[in-house]
Design a protein around this ligand. Structure first.
Ligand SMILES: Cc1cc2nc3c(=O)[nH]c(=O)nc-3n(C[C@H](O)[C@H](O)[C@H](O)COP(=O)(O)OP(=O)(O)OC[C@H]3O[C@@H](n4cnc5c(N)ncnc54)[C@H](O)[C@@H]3O)c2cc1C
Ligand code: FES
Ligand code: FES
Length: 486
């Protein structure tokens, strides 16, 4: 059978119901720049350019099971090449026939806006939440708006606007934008790798966005220096801060085979490109501690695009997921043109931002054994703000008891060294000991000998050392309900 090699030099997407084929320099822009500069849609505001404030929030509709599933994202750290096959809705696209939407009217009526810079982001985020429900409670809004900051109005009037809008007059996006024709067009034109080359000499940039894993590893084999981009929430911030676009980019956003999330009897099997929002949903029933930590990971806008693979390969010792993945002895699958290999995450890192990913390799899958019923697992994240903040300290403590004796111990500590610290001497010390305050106090003291924290803006070395001591006692008291009640 003949095989056809098909390459595209542009991406196809819809913005507020209008079709756009985007190639050349525009395909390498951030989504916010494309909306504002190329389309003149200046309702989307730019404030921080780092994914921190939500002023630039837009909705991205991804085709799923014959419909668009809309999610809020920070358009300042999304790049156009990541968006092939999607429907983008900006604040200008929320209204029908240029009318004010009920949510916008409610922001006016409740005095939810002053300077107005944050307002489009709030309105878009709240409208996105209404795709799945009729009304929003204050609790929904408090959780759903953690990625939107307002510097002048204060949040009470905004929460009032979100709870008091006229729901009977609200129209969902699928009512405003008939989906069938857009979905059919996007599906018909979805095939083929995308290659976009702009400029020349030192100004040359190339982007490769394959539609299958084999093409991706083939490209990486030939271009091991390429910058890999999944959700772009780390790389996007880096690009905006340095104002330097990588010379060669491999975009993973069209590799749907790497998105899968499945819960098997005793494990989670996660594609490396699974978003945190998808992992959070999957964990709710089977790994409640991990689920709890994920609810304070970044913000909805970050979780909707940031991936587990990006968190692992970004290799930050303060990454929220790592202590859990360490104590569960998670296995990473690394794939290249030479085949695949599996590495325990405990053996993956060798120093600050140093890890065992060979040239030409992609992280493709993460196998995470689930906590067993006879174990106690607790995860901790200490940060200055509860939401949308980077950790000053993280920890995972996983113990199995035989009566009141500790039979197995796995511990991982974050933000206290160049990589996650697995305090092996403490784990050894705990074996066979009674589960008592004295044991856990001694364990905390011993752990301080295995860490090497630094002082930075998120906390001093002394503070992190004290947190290390304290976390063992916290674990003890959290698992002594009768003492807490007394
Ligand atoms: C506002 C904000 C808040 C944040 N909050 C948190 C937080 O609370 N906790 C936390 O831990 N992190 C946080 N982050 C960091 C970031 O969101 C996470 O690290 C996220 O998981 C990165 O995933 P990504 O897909 O966006 O990575 P990308 O930016 O696409 O990539 C990150 C790195 O991984 C590499 N990479 C990605 N996928 C692969 C792959 N499959 N194979 C090989 N290499 C790959 C890239 O080349 C790059 O070096 C935050 C970021 C922002 C901007
Ligand atoms: S401008 Fe602040 S999140 Fe994008
Ligand atoms: S109204 Fe000014 S930042 Fe919110």
């Amino acid at each position: 059978m003949a095989s056809y090699f098909f390459m595209r030099d542009s991406i196809l997407l819809y913005v507020n119901g209008h079709r756009h084929l985007v190639g050349g320099q525009s395909a390498l822009r951030s989504l916010s720049d494309f909306l504002r500069r190329d389309l003149g849609l200046i309702g989307t505001k730019i404030v921080c350019s780092e994914g921190d404030c939500g002023a630039c929030t837009v909705l991205i509709g991804r085709p799923r099971d014959g419909r668009f599933v809309y999610q809020s994202v920070d358009s300042c750290i999304q790049f156009m090449f990541q968006l092939d096959g999607m429907h983008i809705v900006s604040v200008e696209g929320l209204s029908r026939n240029d009318q004010m939407t009920p949510m916008q009217q409610s922001m006016i009526d409740c005095h939810g806006s002053q300077c107005g810079f944050c307002t489009p982001g709030f309105v878009v985020a709240m409208t996105g939440m209404l795709e799945d429900c009729q009304q929003l409670s204050t609790a929904d809004l408090r959780h759903g708006l953690t990625g939107n900051l307002c510097r002048c109005t204060g949040y009470t009037p905004i929460l009032d606007a979100g709870t008091q809008f006229d729901a009977s007059a609200h129209h969902r996006l699928k009512e405003i934008y008939p989906e069938a024709a857009m979905l059919e067009d996007l599906a018909e034109n979805a095939a083929g790798d995308i290659e976009i080359i702009t400029g020349s000499g030192s100004q040359k940039h190339s982007l490769f966005s394959p539609d299958d894993l084999n093409s991706a590893t083939k490209f990486l084999d030939a271009h091991p220096e390429a910058t890999i981009i999944a959700g772009g929430t780390d790389v996007g911030v880096r690009i905006n801060k340095t104002l330097e676009l990588p010379t060669s980019i491999l975009d993973l956003n069209r590799l749907t085979e790497m998105e899968s999330v499945s819960v098997e009897s005793d494990r989670l099997v996660l594609g490396a490109r699974a978003s945190w929002a998808a992992v959070e949903e999957a964990c709710a029933g089977v790994a409640p501690e991990f689920h709890r930590i994920l609810t304070v990971f970044g913000s909805p806008q970050i979780r909707n695009v940031g991936t587990i693979g990006g968190n692992i390969v970004n290799a930050s010792p303060i990454a929220d997921s790592l202590p859990f993945l360490y104590v569960m002895e998670s296995m990473l699958t690394l794939s290249s043109q030479s085949g695949t290999r599996r590495v325990n995450i405990n053996d993956f890192y060798s120093g600050y931002k140093k890890f065992d990913l060979r040239p030409g390799e992609l992280l493709t899958k993460i196998d995470v054994p689930l906590p067993r019923d006879d174990e106690t697992l607790k995860l901790y994240k200490v940060s200055r703000r509860r939401d949308l903040d980077i950790a000053s300290f993280t920890a995972a403590i996983r113990l199995r008891f035989d009566g009141n004796t500790i039979a197995e111990a796995s511990i991982a500590l974050g933000a206290v060294g160049p990589t996650i610290v697995r305090p092996r001497k403490v784990e050894q010390f705990l074996l066979g000991k009674p589960f008592s305050e004295a044991t856990m106090r001694q364990a905390g003291e011993l752990a301080t000998e295995e860490i090497s924290p630094i002082s930075d803006v998120r906390g001093s070395a002394e503070y992190r050392t004290q947190l290390t001591r304290n976390v063992f006692l916290k674990f003890f008291y959290e698992n002594q309900p009768e003492l807490l009640i007394a």
